[in-house]
Ligand binder design. Structure first.
Ligand SMILES: *[C@@H]1O[C@H](CO)[C@@H](O)[C@H](O)[C@H]1NC(C)=O
Ligand SMILES: *[C@@H]1O[C@H](CO)[C@@H](O)[C@H](O)[C@H]1NC(C)=O
Ligand SMILES: *[C@@H]1O[C@H](CO)[C@@H](O)[C@H](O)[C@H]1NC(C)=O
Ligand SMILES: *[C@@H]1O[C@H](CO)[C@@H](O)[C@H](O)[C@H]1NC(C)=O
Ligand SMILES: *[C@@H]1O[C@H](CO)[C@@H](O)[C@H](O)[C@H]1NC(C)=O
Length: 253
């Protein structure tokens, strides 16, 4: 999958650049394209006897259980300040499926992007394979304490919620899809997502710690004991992930 992404970006990069209307900054053009979270691009096992795996796009903790195990995932994190060149970005989210069940993901999160040295944020939700939609009515800033929740009512309907625990503001959106969830995976992730057909340049997001991270369904699961996924691109490991009780920390290294 990583190979395909690279191939597509080679094919599409020039037309995409040419398609930017003159007079618009790259940030403006980028925001009009759709941000698209993808399923886990699993690479090889990171260590023969560890529960760590490498991924081209997901860093975090992922449960891999049988069908129907999960119907809700939540986690709270402090919005970081990303750094990098203009366009560098990353997204923190919680979700159901997208790993061993690669046909659907119900997810919500915050994308953080560097635009001319300044961080910009967007709050979004997505039922993969449909692209993300952006929440209006919530302005994210660095340092905000944000609680993310997804809940599936059925395999094809559910709700996503983003709450600002600093002031109690909440936005939510009900989603339906023709791509049914399996309920096999629950995850807390920082993703190098795709824009158009290529991965965005991965921002230094510093550290994202999901606290009060809980997945429920047939039981109650915290990140402890879940599979750990680190992003590895071009043989460079870009993240370090560790769990502690009901929290998981994802660090850019
Ligand atoms: C978000 O910021 C814009 C621009 O500063 C402001 O007009 C709007 O009222 C803000 N919305 C919320 C929900 O705070
Ligand atoms: C969250 O609440 C804090 C405190 O009122 C406020 O400064 C911040 O802009 C809010 N953020 C969002 C995303 O609503
Ligand atoms: C989502 O659906 C529930 C149950 O039907 C309803 O109570 C709630 O108001 C809906 N939320 C939104 C944001 O439309
Ligand atoms: C798991 O759920 C998916 C989606 O509903 C379904 O397509 C698949 O057949 C199920 N697998 C098993 C082993 O039941
Ligand atoms: C990422 O940013 C943090 C905070 O600005 C900084 O301390 C850290 O050294 C940076 N990491 C890398 C690998 O550049």
């Amino acid at each position: 999958m990583l190979f395909n992404v690279a191939l597509f970006s080679t094919l599409l990069l020039a037309p995409a650049v040419l398609a930017v209307p003159s007079g618009l900054g790259p940030g403006v053009a980028r925001r009009r394209e759709s941000h698209h979270s993808q399923v886990n691009n699993r690479l090889e096992q990171a260590g023969a006897i560890s529960n760590t795996q490498y991924s081209g796009n997901w860093a975090g903790a992922i449960w891999e259980q049988g069908n129907g195990t999960f119907n809700s995932v939540t986690g709270t994190f402090t919005v970081p300040t990303p750094s990098g060149s203009t366009g560098a970005s990353a997204a923190a989210w919680v979700g159901i499926d997208g790993d061993t069940c690669a046909s659907a993901i119900l997810q919500t999160g915050i994308a953080f992007t560097v635009e001319s040295g300044q961080p910009t944020y967007s709050a979004w939700c997505e039922w993969y394979p449909a692209p993300s939609s952006t929440f209006s009515g919530i302005n994210i800033s660095a340092g905000d304490t944000i609680k993310l929740t997804v809940t599936a009512w059925t395999a094809t309907s559910g709700t996503t919620m983003i709450a600002n625990l600093s002031n109690g503001q909440t936005v939510s959106k009900n989603l339906t899809s023709s791509a049914p969830l399996c309920g096999q995976n629950a995850e807390w992730i920082v993703e190098d997502y795709t824009m158009g057909s290529s991965l965005v340049s991965f921002a230094n997001f510093s550290t994202v710690t999901f606290t009060n991270a809980v997945a429920t369904g047939t039981g109650t699961y915290t990140p402890s004991g879940a599979t750990i996924s680190d992003i590895n691109q071009n043989n460079q490991v870009l993240t370090s992930v560790w769990t502690s009780g009901s929290s998981v920390t994802i660090q850019y290294v």
